[in-house]
Design a binder for this molecule. Structure first.
Ligand SMILES: Nc1ncnc2c1ncn2[C@@H]1O[C@H](COP(=O)(O)OP(=O)(O)O)[C@@H](O)[C@H]1O
Ligand SMILES: [Mg+2]
Length: 249
């Protein structure tokens, strides 16, 4: 589904990504792990069009993503979250999900949203979809709260709902459970598994929480200093304690 081939990215002499190749299977969870500075987020930034690589190719369903801007890649059904959340903290939970909906008929969506009559069929459709997503992630009772008043874990959940609002086939999640309480980690794990099993989504995620990664992933990819060190299913990765020791401390 997503094919990354021989990717290279250099920032002023720092080789952030080096000859990185990876094939992602549709309907699976693939996790990218490795120490800080390994180049994981840079891979996400290249796939989603925020950064251009120096060389290499990325294709999605056999179409090249070369030189496409982020909004165009989002239209191709790839949606992402950010390590630093990037929610609208002074808007309500529901408004954040509504803003995750696709741009409509060429208008800038924020303007469209502000100008919608709450009686219009278009608005009602967006509202119904946003509400079903809030129910799915378990934030329905918080829908009218300001986002800044949610716990950190709830804000992480909200980023997943916002990501789903664009109705992507593929989600790229940058550290979906970092800094989150154990009960919320379990909840997010369950949500991601449901997305794959029941809604046939494809998930590519970055995470440091090894227990979480080994529990939910179909494929684990280990990266260090811009390079892929190894990849395998969780039982293969578990059988290489030196990898876990060296790259995840
Ligand atoms: N926009 C950027 N400009 C300059 N250097 C960057 C930029 N983004 C990342 N880097 C550098 O590239 C390397 C990889 O960073 P990153 O992809 O964020 O790693 P990770 O997500 O694995 O922690 C680091 O050395 C980082 O400082
Ligand atoms: Mg990162």
């Amino acid at each position: 589904m997503l094919e990354i081939r021989n990717l290279n990215k250099n920032f002023d002499g720092v080789q952030a990504v080096q000859d990185f190749t990876l094939s992602l299977q549709s309907g699976k969870i693939t996790s990218l792990i490795g120490p800080n500075g390994a180049g994981k987020t840079t891979v996400f930034n290249i796939v989603t069009g925020f950064i251009y690589p120096n060389s290499g190719t990325v294709t999605f369903d056999n179409a090249s993503l070369r030189n496409l801007p982020p909004w165009k890649i989002a239209q191709l059904s790839i949606s992402r979250t950010f390590q630093d959340l990037r929610l609208f903290k002074r808007l309500t939970v529901l408004e954040n999900v509504l803003l995750g909906r696709k741009h409509q008929s060429g208008e800038r969506f924020l303007n469209a949203l502000l100008n919608f009559s709450t009686e219009s069929p278009e608005y009602k459709d967006h509202l119904a979809k946003a509400i079903s997503l809030l129910e799915f992630v378990g934030l329905m009772e918080h829908r009218s709260q300001l986002t800044e008043n949610l716990s950190y874990g709830q804000q992480k959940l909200l980023t997943i709902a916002c990501c789903l609002a664009a109705e992507p086939e593929m989600l790229l999640l940058d550290e979906p459970v970092s800094g989150v309480q154990p009960a919320m980690v379990d909840k997010i794990a369950e949500i991601l598994q449901q997305l794959v099993k029941k809604r046939r989504k494809t998930i590519f995620l970055i995470e440091h929480d090894m227990e979480f990664v080994l529990r939910i992933s179909d494929l684990v990819v280990v990266m260090d200093e811009g390079k892929k060190i190894t990849e395998g299913n969780p039982s293969v990765i578990r059988s290489q304690p030196e990898i876990l020791e060296a790259y995840l401390s």
